[in-house]
Write a protein that binds this ligand. Sequence first.
Ligand SMILES: NC(=O)c1ccc[n+]([C@@H]2O[C@H](COP(=O)([O-])OP(=O)(O)OC[C@H]3O[C@@H](n4cnc5c(N)ncnc54)[C@H](OP(=O)(O)O)[C@@H]3O)[C@@H](O)[C@H]2O)c1
Length: 323
Amino acid sequence: MSLQIPSIKLCDESKMPFLGLGTYDSLDENELSTAIKAAINSGYRHFDCAYFYQNEQIIGKAIHESINESNGTLKREDFYIVSKCWNSFHSKEKVSECLDITLKRFGFDYLDLYLIHWPMGFKEGGSDIPLDENNQIIESEFHYIETWKAMEDLLQQGKVKSIGISNFNIEQTKEILDNCKIRPVCNQVEVNPYFQNRELVDFCHKENIRIVAYAPLRSTTYTPQQNWVKPENLVPQENPHVVSLAAKYNKTPAQIILRWLIQRDIVVIPKSVTPSRIAQNSQIFDFELTEEDMEVFKTMKTGSRINHFEGAKHHKTYPFKNE
Ligand SMILES: NC(=O)c1ccc[n+]([C@@H]2O[C@H](COP(=O)([O-])OP(=O)(O)OC[C@H]3O[C@@H](n4cnc5c(N)ncnc54)[C@H](OP(=O)(O)O)[C@@H]3O)[C@@H](O)[C@H]2O)c1
């Protein structure tokens, strides 16, 4: 039996389910479709997607099938569908085009939340990662403030219900706040026991911007071709503190980590294509870590981010320059 997954209120008065299913790097149609349906059966309604992940069509089809097979118990409005505008779509026209492609792939006429995936514009009209002859990413002239204004327009057109940002650092977030008509409801960034990102989390929380934690289990697949993710084998699920808390609460290490995040009012979007893990990751609302056990995480030796997008580090608005 799946428990109802609680939601958190956003600054635009809408609600976001505390748990969503991450979908990056899931490209096998059967596997992903099975995962989406397993998630729906476990009570997930929030799906974290992106134009860049190239799998929105599979996700949309699985959700439509679930709605059709539900005998009226499931409707589009029950879901919380998130996608992200990719870096090579940062001009006003392209933001709208990127969303239209995403909506078409899903077969939906609106999204619940649309994010700027990264604060970096790439050359438009070509490949998703346009490279010059030296294998350097080619930038576009479009600044993220312009992209944000286009996001505000989409909201006004009713194509998206909320708008937010992802991978923005404190200065970049402040710049959005200083130049916006509509505030971002969230900043989706990496947060896990070994990259706690506390300064940014505290800043956003003070500004009433929700944090959505990506790579909450820090287990992102390492893809050397993209030079995207650090091949560190620091797995917080093996941390002795986490392992001992798991034994104490009769939960798994993954559940302890996800619970630690939601108790800090951080939304989590663990990715899994394994139905048993998908179910396991949803069983985090029936127990509570004591304050003392929450404190244990502060003592953990934290390292650097795992998702650093090294290939983009020369970009003028690369967000992790100061690390
Ligand atoms: N905004 C951004 O730039 C950005 C960047 C990165 C990620 N994201 C989003 O955040 C989501 C989550 O991040 P992520 O995929 O990088 O990393 P993650 O969720 O921390 O880790 C996913 C990995 O953990 C495994 N896993 C899941 N549940 C588990 C459990 N209970 N026990 C053991 N292993 C478990 C999964 O394996 P199996 O699938 O094999 O079960 C998968 O290999 C992404 O899918 C994406 O939607 C956004």
